[in-house]
Design a protein around this ligand. Sequence first.
Ligand code: ADP
Length: 365
Amino acid sequence: MAEVQIKNISKIYKGGSHAVKNISFTVKDKEFVVLVGPSGCGKSTTLRMIAGLEEITEGSLLIDDEVVNDLPSGERKLSMVFQNYALYPHMTAYENMAFGLKISKTPKAEIKERVNHAADILNIQDLLQKKPGNMSGGQRQRVAIGRAIVRRPKLFLFDEPLSNLDAELRTKMRIEIAKLHQTLAATIVYVTHDQIEAMTLGNRIVVMKDGQIMQIAAPMDLYLNPKNKFVAGFIGSPSMNFLSGIVLEKNGNLLFKQKSWEADLSPLNLQSLKKFIGKKVNLGIRAENIHPIEHQPQNAVPITVNISGIELLGSEKLVYANHQGNQLIAKFPATTTAVNYTKINFYLNLEKTFLFEAETGQRLF
Ligand code: ADP
């Protein structure tokens, strides 16, 4: 069992950089938790504090209910897999994987059994006698993961393990890491800047920005119920579209109003919005909830746009357009013909929109 509790942890580096600001979350036993966010948001610092590679400035770190702030890394019973593999170049894959066990004086027969077992899991039996210099990036990363597995830790930490691999290999390894989590039934904390990796791997995702946690939730929950504009824009590809405007009341109806376009929000029946009348807001809508005329849902709201580009993806097409200085991306079936014109109406499914306060980014509905 391995449960990790982060309690009000902060990190201030010697130079004064406030990398992590009072964050708290729990990684449950056997859970796969992904820390995701843009570069510099503090995710690696958080992982390195769990690993014991970085001192904790404030707060407590517990592994299985024991405070481990001052426990040396080597005694935390965890394994870390790094982005740059960190393999010994003069050793074969077998020797690299066996090295830690040899140091801890594990009997030779047991080392052999553990390395072979890990090699079976990772499908790298034929690499065992090769040195890292003669392997591809993906093969090296497998060996690095193998080296973590043989130690049989209760907790695995992954720091951007796939970001040095090409797109195709990244997808393949992603599937393997998900499988590995099931096979090993281990607790995993995984850091990435790639939201697709986070969405496909995590049981839960911790979204970070500027050293703070923006939201913690299961992948689809983040997608469907983002708490703020940052999470709404960060999770999902293409990113959520945002239109800037204000909330207005006209003849008793609440409107989202732009200079020469408005959407009547009254069908959504949101009394709570009344206190935001006159406030600047952003209306958010995902690409799949914008429709062409032939597929518009009931009560869709038309918006006139200028088309700036089209990307055909096979079964669907991404349509890039402008509306009063805001860019909109819609996802239409590939067969849609309306987009042969430069100026068309997009149809917004109002039921699937979000509204965020412009000043704070907080979600209003
Ligand atoms: P991420 O992994 O999300 O890209 P990091 O945790 O590496 O972010 O960094 C968070 C912040 O802390 C950044 O502003 C970074 O410049 C700073 N930082 C990271 N490592 C150090 C360090 N060793 N010394 C000083 N500042 C650091």
